[in-house]
Ligand binder design. Sequence first.
Ligand SMILES: Cc1cc2nc3c(=O)[nH]c(=O)nc-3n(C[C@H](O)[C@H](O)[C@H](O)COP(=O)(O)O)c2cc1C
Length: 333
Amino acid sequence: MAHSYDFPLSPGKQPDKLPLGRNKPWLAPLAGYSDLPFRMLCREYGAACCVTEMVSAKGLAYNGTNTWRVLATVPEDTPLVVQLFGAEASFLADAVRTLRKAGYSFFDLNMGCSVPKVARQGAGSAMFRDPDNALQCARAMIQAAAPGHMSFKLRLGLNEENKPWLDIALRLEDMGAGLVTLHPRTAKQGFSGEARWEELALAKERLSIPVLASGDLLTAEDGMRCLEQTGVDGVMYARGALTNPGIFAEHIALAAGTSPKPASKKALKAMITRHMALISTLGNEENAVFRLRSIVPRYVRTLPGIRRLRQELCHCTSLAQLDTLLDEFLGQD
Ligand SMILES: Cc1cc2nc3c(=O)[nH]c(=O)nc-3n(C[C@H](O)[C@H](O)[C@H](O)COP(=O)(O)O)c2cc1C
């Protein structure tokens, strides 16, 4: 099965326990973004643990190449958590068993995503519509995983009238969940309003298993504030890492009591060059150029001339052209 693919599927040896603590920032699951090259880049900046993009439990059952592509990994890509989505206990538990056989070790269930592709299946945040089924899925996955190796990523619930996250989290803890991540917004909110960090503090107060925070952690300062205000066991960067993979180094510097320096143009060029190299070694050049056209503007979005850069990037067809364009744009410090 997995062996004939044109991407690496070699999970590394995982630790017994996932790294937690104020100086151990994680990379959140990011569909379409937290692929192998991006995870490796974030690790180089200090990400203590990374979560894959969400993987369909059904897709895995039908052995789709695109599903396995999301699982691309190399031995250095560790500690790694594979995030699954689905709404049927048998598929989800089978996915855990299949992945354990393939060498993956830690798993997470997506109980927060509300994009139509996921919600239509009753998966992601739609699991809150049928808590009994959600708990049945959770139990089957916990039984299929090694003890303590199954985690759950929750939102508060569907909307203001339906916020059962705490009851569900307490049940998950009783069943043997190893960890819970909370993005304290409802599904209906999407990304609007503010993440309610007070709910994270409540999670910490009521649960004995570790709690990870997600939500409005856009800078390393946000991450440190969240740790201090809520007492959570760790933070997970999502949009903050997409625009600045260096956020992990900044977080670690702040946790050690030093102030991180703003990234120079030279440091930005080095970051982009490294991301390019990782995409081309772990993917292919055609794909690399295509991906980088959307990645590069994110990293340099605050610099003058960004509109023109975007236009010129559309005409780049090789990594060499892209490199020349970046030299022109970022120049030398
Ligand atoms: C582009 C994008 C893709 C995401 N994909 C996933 C996903 O696959 N699984 C998941 O549980 N959450 C996913 N999320 C949610 C993030 O992991 C995180 O919980 C959310 O962005 C809140 O954190 P932030 O406000 O610090 O960005 C995604 C978010 C974004 C912006």
